[in-house]
Write a protein that binds this ligand. Structure first.
Ligand code: ZN
Length: 344
């Protein structure tokens, strides 16, 4: 049984590695209606039986010269928000438009592309993906894969996790995902910077939110696009986090020279508040969880810990704390468990 499982896992890994850039349409979703109907029961029916298709209402907000933010809601994925919970950015250069992340679905990617055309009247020349999480990459399909680029580690994570993320997104936001396929980047970033027009983009390799996170600094405007290394006024998510590496990345960012910080979630601001708040939240989370375990509390006990006053205004602090406990508890509990001999 165990052996069978191992073999099938290896086969699956081999299949994923050999997949072409654009995934085959087996995730599309012949099974989509069946899957969502089974999961959602009748709740989905009114939406799919004749209702007008949902449209994302995307707005471009200028945060620096020729630099625009498209803000998502500070919420979880829901059928109401269509997965639009993420910040996307774009920069209009003389060599075309540089885009940071592409959003949660094909439909979002198309709306983003239309917004970029309307705002800048220029073609997209480069798309950077900050990391592999689904709210950041499932709009790829609306863009030419040849211009989409990320770190080799991000591409590897997309190959490993993409199928699972697609399944989750269909389950969580339903019809908004219709037709969405994962498109892998056509370019793996090896260089530490790229220039488009008069903008030089420094490409900073980090880790901690996931095993590979790309941070982009536009040296012309001083805008730092952190992806999910920094959150602001929205609690950080930790399902693939390495907290020690994450702190290291935050410390490095703090030392770097930038004017405006554009976080993966939450408002762009001048200054370092996003770095400080993300660090504060992660430190509180780890300290609280470790002391709960040391006190012998179970997961429910750990999840009930009070949110400190200074973090109470952070959106989703309670919910994200509970989610983090559920996937970090076992790891943090390990040092407290009695050592059991393998020989018995
Ligand atoms: Zn993320």
């Amino acid at each position: 049984m165990t052996q069978d499982k191992t073999i099938s896992r290896e086969r699956r890994a081999a299949a994923l590695n050999s997949w072409p850039r654009q995934w085959p349409s087996r995730l599309d979703r012949r099974s989509f209606m069946g899957r969502t109907a089974a999961l959602a029961g009748a709740a989905l029916l009114p939406q799919t039986a004749g209702a007008a298709p949902q449209q994302y209402d995307l707005q471009a907000i200028e945060i620096a010269p020729d630099t625009y933010a498209v803000y998502g809601a500070r919420e979880h994925f829901t059928r109401a928000n269509g997965g639009n919970i993420v910040n996307i950015s774009f920069i209009a250069t003389d060599d075309g438009v540089v885009v940071i992340d592409t959003g949660p679905s094909l439909r979002y990617g198309q709306a983003l592309k239309a917004l970029i055309e309307k705002t800048t009247k220029r073609p997209v020349t480069r798309v950077y993906l900050t990391h592999d999480h689904p709210d950041h990459v499932f709009g790829n399909q609306a863009f030419d894969p040849a211009v989409i680029a990320s770190l080799p580690g991000v591409i590897a994570n997309m190959k490993t996790n993409g199928e699972m993320f697609a399944e989750n997104m269909y389950r969580l936001v339903g019809d908004w995902m219709r037709g969405t396929e994962l498109v892998l980047p056509g370019a793996a970033l090896e260089k530490s910077s790229e220039r488009f027009g008069s903008h030089e983009f420094e490409l900073i390799r980090m880790a901690g939110h996931t095993s590979s996170d790309l941070v982009v600094l536009d040296k012309k405007t001083g805008v730092l696009f952190t992806g999910d290394i920094a959150f602001l006024d929205r609690a950080a998510t930790t399902p693939h986090a390495d907290l020690a590496l994450w702190h290291k990345s935050l410390n490095e960012l703090e030392k770097s020279s930038f004017a405006t910080l554009m976080p993966g979630h939450g408002p762009a601001e001048k200054g370092k508040r996003a770095i400080e708040q993300t660090r504060d939240y992660l430190t509180w989370l780890e300290t609280t969880l470790k002391s709960a375990i040391a006190e012998g509390l179970d997961m429910n006990g750990a999840m009930a810990a009070p949110i400190p006053q200074r973090l109470q205004a952070v959106a989703l602090a309670r919910e994200e704390m509970a989610r983090s406990v559920s996937h970090l508890y076992a790891k943090f509990e390990e040092p407290f468990l009695p050592v059991v001999s393998n020989r018995s």
